[in-house]
Design a protein around this ligand. Structure first.
Ligand SMILES: Cc1ncc(COP(=O)(O)O)c(C=O)c1O
Length: 367
């Protein structure tokens, strides 16, 4: 096989490895923050019909602007209280594609993106893919953002794109809206609030959607991969000023969102309440994990998401391997001392906590 280095690859991509959590055949897969609950029967009953209907027109290109789907997504977002118009919404194949389009439109060669690491590792990777320079923003030792330090850094770096992940992946904690507004005021670039896990937030955690009016450079991205339990669908979306949606249309591929994806997403949105009914059950398991960790001599970072960053371990990769030997797959996100686990079904949480009970004595820090 030809080695990669023999190809005329862009220099900044040389030596990189593709992103991706291990897809291992393990009894308990708690490493990619999916919703473990099966789709509700009432949705499954109509999904086939919706896809069959769309299939009748598969000889035609899909609605390039996905107007009906964007209208449904706007209606869903408006449930939070703040009215969101269809012209403010854009959708693509997963929020990763939305973020890529954002970087294609607002980043690119000679431009810079900044995000507060540790955070979602695809932000720097998509930046590299679009030729956008990346700057690591700072966090405190407890993984929270220090608003004054963050504002100072943004003023100094003057990035074209700023990422705030709220709730943050992999640490789990939501970012205060005051921090978002301070960062918005500090930057002349676009500010992307990645809210992939918003639906799991603890009560009283408002969404940055409420900040959209009057802030044309604020972008809020969401996904159907997490709370909606439809990671396989690949449907992400964004809400922003209609001008931002116009800008994204300059870089999107024509007909990027297939008719089948649009039809399935609309069928799912028609069953929003049934789909989101599992969110409370997942939050219960998250809170159960958090509450149990101290009895195992471990701790966690406060979580508004469907996962928990837990530790501390003397050697996190060794603890990860030990859990795997107990048939539990969690995520080593590369933060020394910490691992991340997705909150699953009660049975998955049982398996995780039992395995952790056996692994913790040999691996926790300080023992
Ligand atoms: C913070 C964050 N944003 C975006 C995504 C991408 O989600 P998707 O492309 O499935 O919509 C993820 C997935 O794990 C994530 O954790």
């Amino acid at each position: 096989m030809t080695p990669l280095d023999a190809l005329p690859l862009r220099p900044e991509l040389r030596g990189r490895t593709p992103y991706g959590a291990p897809q291992l055949q393990v009894a308990h897969r708690l490493n990619t923050n999916e919703n473990p609950h099966p789709l509700p029967a009432e949705l499954l009953a109509t999904l086939g019909e919706a896809l069959g209907h769309a299939a009748l027109e598969l000889n035609r290109y899909p609605d390039r602007d996905a107007v009906a789907l964007r209208t449904d997504l706007a209606a869903y977002l408006s449930r939070g209280g703040e009215r969101v118009e269809p012209a403010q919404v854009w959708a693509a194949n997963g929020s990763n594609e939305v973020l890529q389009q954002v970087l294609q439109a607002f980043g690119g060669a000679g431009r810079t993106a900044l995000g507060f690491t540790p955070s979602y590792s695809m932000h720097p990777i998509i930046s590299a893919g679009t030729g956008t320079a990346w700057v690591d923003g700072h966090r405190r030792a407890d993984f929270t953002i220090d608003p004054a330090a963050a504002v100072a850094q943004v003023r100094e770096v003057r990035p074209d794109v700023v990422f705030v992940t709220s709730p943050n992946n992999p640490t789990g904690t939501a970012v205060a809206l005051e921090t978002v507004t301070e960062l918005y005021d500090a930057t002349e670039g676009v500010l992307v609030v990645d809210e992939a896990y918003a639906e799991f937030a603890r009560t009283g955690t408002p969404s940055a959607l409420t900040l959209l009016p009057g802030r044309p450079r604020l972008l809020v991205s969401r996904t159907m991969s997490k709370a909606f339990g439809m990671a396989g669908l690949r449907l992400g979306y964004l809400a922003a000023d209609p001008a931002v949606v116009d800008a994204l249309q300059l870089v999107r591929l024509p007909y990027h969102l297939s008719s089948l994806t649009q039809a399935a997403a609309r069928a799912a949105l028609a069953h929003t309440d049934a789909l989101l009914a599992t969110v409370d059950a997942v939050k219960e398991q998250r809170d159960r994990i958090v509450a149990t960790l101290p009895s195992l001599g471990l701790t966690s970072v406060p979580s508004d998401a469907n996962f928990v960053l837990f530790g501390r371990f003397a050697d996190a990769p060794a603890a990860w391997k030990a859990l795997l030997e107990h048939d539990v797959l969690v995520r080593d996100v590369g933060i020394p001392g910490w691992l991340r686990v997705t909150a699953g079904t009660p049975a998955e949480t049982d398996a995780f906590l039992t395995a952790l009970g056996e692994v913790a004595p040999d691996h926790r820090l300080g023992d």
